[in-house]
Write a protein of this length. Sequence first.
Length: 215
Amino acid sequence: MPQLYLLRHAESEANAKGVLAGRDNSVNLTTKGRKDSRHLNSILANIEFTSVYSSPITRCLQTINPYLETHSKIDLKITDSLIEMDYGSWSGKKLSALSKKKEWMLIQNQPSDFTFPNGESFQEMRRRVKSFLNSLIKEEGPILLVSHGDVIKMALAITLDLPLNKFQNFIISPASISSINYSENGKSIISTNQRAAEKGFISRASRFILGGESA
């Protein structure tokens, strides 16, 4: 049964400005984000990953780079299965402005019925994430997946067989790690939203890394 670690990228310039970045590859990590990425390296070094997969988006690659620099034998596998949602014409817009749109409440409460203008639907995102998770079932773990907030929330909802409309119930912060067991025989969440910048993170992380604190 592979254990999967889901890492959301650290704080980006778009996060700090309250902008929906989407698939914009020009968005970099902030100074805080880079600091948290270096701190994450000291945490991730405690786990002997068999594989590391990442979204191709810059902020994800910058987040995992400190780890890869000290673990040169691990090949990074880039996959569009972990890429950020395509927010279409909403990309690059301020969240404060988007939250005033009539569609905003639909996204929060009934996302299964929404497709971003010129972009992706939540149904499409769910299918690609579920297909990717299923492709990992026969791999040996632990496996690290570097991705984005909505993608990780969807992966957690899929793990619990929750309806798509419940995926917004999860909170996934920048530079946080969630952990799941995912196999043909059973799927379970071990831990969610363990944050690198949070006081005491390392001691808690060591417990779920070694097999099993739920949160």
